[in-house]
Design a protein around this ligand. Structure first.
Ligand code: ITT
Length: 197
C-alpha cells in the first residue's frame, strides 16, 4: 500500500515518515509529485485545513493521502497563533521570526501564565474525496529562552513539564511518542489497521 504525505514542511515530513515506517509499505512525498500545487489553507480549524490539504493531494495524485495541520495554542493569547502558527510573524516568515514574535508577545507574562498546547489534526483522504481526521494535543509551557537543536518550529521554546526538557531537547522517538502529532497518528494507525482500500 502506498500513502502520500502531503506536507511542504520538512520537520513534519521527517516525523511522519518515522511514524509511518512499518505501517505502510511505501511512503510517497510531494517531492514525487511536483505538479501538485499547495492547497489554500483558509479553514478556521486544524481539522478543516488538514482535510483541505489531504483531499487536494489525494485527488491530484490518485493515491490515498494524509496531511497534518498543526500549531501552537497559547492560553494567555486566547489561543493564538493557532491555525496561523506558520505565519505568526507574517506570510513566509520562518521559524526564527515566529519564535521571536512569540517571545515578544509573552515578554511581560509570568512563568505561571505561560501555558500552551501544541495541537495537531491529521486528515486521511481517499482519491474519491472521502476523509477522516484524527487529533492530538500536548500541553507545555513557553520558555523565555530557546533550548535544544532537535525538532522544528516552536520546539525550542516549548517545555514539556514531565521531562523538564523542551521538545527540541528530546530525541525524535520520544517526541513522536508524546507529541500532538504522535497522538493524532496513533489514532490514524488504529484506523488504518482496520481499513481495506
Ligand atoms: P504544510 O501545511 O505544508 O504541512 P506548514 O508548515 O505550513 O506545512 P501548518 O500550516 O500546519 O504547516 O503550520 C504549522 C506550524 O505550527 C509550523 O510551521 C510550526 O511552526 C508549528 N508546529 C506544528 N507542529 C509543530 C511541532 O511539532 N513542533 C514545533 N512547531 C510546530
Amino acid at each position: 500500500k502506498e500513502l502520500l504525505v502531503a506536507t511542504g514542511n520538512r520537520g513534519k515530513l521527517k516525523e511522519l515518515e518515522e511514524l509511518l515506517s512499518g505501517v505502510v509499505e511505501r511512503v510517497r512525498s510531494l517531492a514525487d509529485f511536483p505538479e501538485i500545487g499547495a492547497a489554500v489553507e483558509d479553514g478556521a480549524t486544524f481539522e478543516a485545513n488538514a482535510i483541505k490539504k489531504a483531499r487536494h493531494a489525494a485527488q491530484a495524485s490518485g493515491l490515498p493521502a494524509i496531511a497534518d495541520d498543526s500549531g501552537l495554542v497559547v492560553d494567555v493569547l486566547d489561543g493564538r497563533p493557532g491555525v496561523f502558527s506558520a505565519r505568526f510573524a507574517g506570510e513566509g516568515a520562518g521559524d526564527g521570526a515566529n519564535n521571536a514574535r512569540l517571545l515578544t508577545e509573552l515578554a511581560a507574562v509570568q512563568k505561571e501564565q505561560r501555558g500552551a498546547a501544541f495541537c495537531c489534526a491529521i486528515a486521511f483522504c481517499l482519491p474519491g474525496g472521502e476523509c477522516r481526521t484524527f487529533s492530538g494535543e500536548v500541553r507545555g509551557t513557553i520558555l523565555s529562552t530557546p533550548a535544544g537543536e532537535g525538532g522544528f518550529g516552536y520546539d525550542p521554546l516549548f517545555l514539556v513539564p514531565e521531562y523538564g526538557k523542551t521538545m527540541a531537547e528530546l530525541p525524535l522517538t520520544v517526541k513522536n511518542r508524546i507529541s500532538h502529532r504522535g497522538r493524532a497518528f496513533a489514532l490514524l494507525k488504529e484506523y488504518l489497521a482496520t481499513y481495506r482500500g
